[in-house]
Design a protein around this ligand. Structure first.
Ligand SMILES: [Zn+2]
Length: 163
């Protein structure tokens, strides 16, 4: 069974956001959908927002912008915050120590009630003609967080599914 499905529309948005950003600096955004028990469906992605911080090895979303995006989306579709996508302009597709520390912090923050967190890292391919995705899933069991790598599966919403 596929652990993570990313809707085609969300994936197209991520590629558009990344393409519109300075390729030498990190960018990213939040992922929304459903995630629990080590499985996730990503139905939407936000961009970094106008007040984001972009450095070559770090980015921070515009938090107020992301919160407004999340609230609007939740009211419209019920989708929850399930993860993050971001670029590593010079690095590998592996999660950095800072990435891991941030995500483990989210998963162990009891006020967030998250047990599954999706991270998509995009790195430039050879000749920088496109971005290659790596998909990571972090799953919390009690106080242990397991990190696994998965194929990126692009799916389409099925007609009978309410998200
Ligand atoms: Zn990173």
């Amino acid at each position: 069974m596929t652990a993570v499905i990313v809707y085609g529309s969300a994936w197209a948005n991520i590629m558009d956001f990344a393409a519109a950003s300075d390729p030498s600096l990190e960018t990213g955004g939040a992922l929304f959908g459903e995630a629990t028990g080590g499985r996730a469906v990503v139905v939407a992605a936000s961009d970094a927002g106008p007040g984001a911080t972009h450095l070559s090895d770090f980015f921070l979303r515009d938090l107020a912008y992301t919160q407004a995006f999340a609230s609007r989306l939740h009211a419209d579709t019920g989708a929850q915050w399930v993860g993050e996508w971001h670029t590593h302009p010079e690095g590998s597709g592996t999660l950095s120590e800072r990435d891991l520390a941030t995500y483990v912090g989210h998963l162990t923050d009891r006020s967030l009630s998250l047990d599954t967190f999706v991270s998509i890292v995009l790195t430039p391919s050879a000749h920088h003609v496109s971005l290659e995705p790596r998909l990571w899933l972090l799953t919390r069991m009690h106080d242990l967080v397991r990190v696994t790598s998965h194929e990126l599966t692009i799916g389409e919403p099925s007609d009978d599914r309410e998200v």
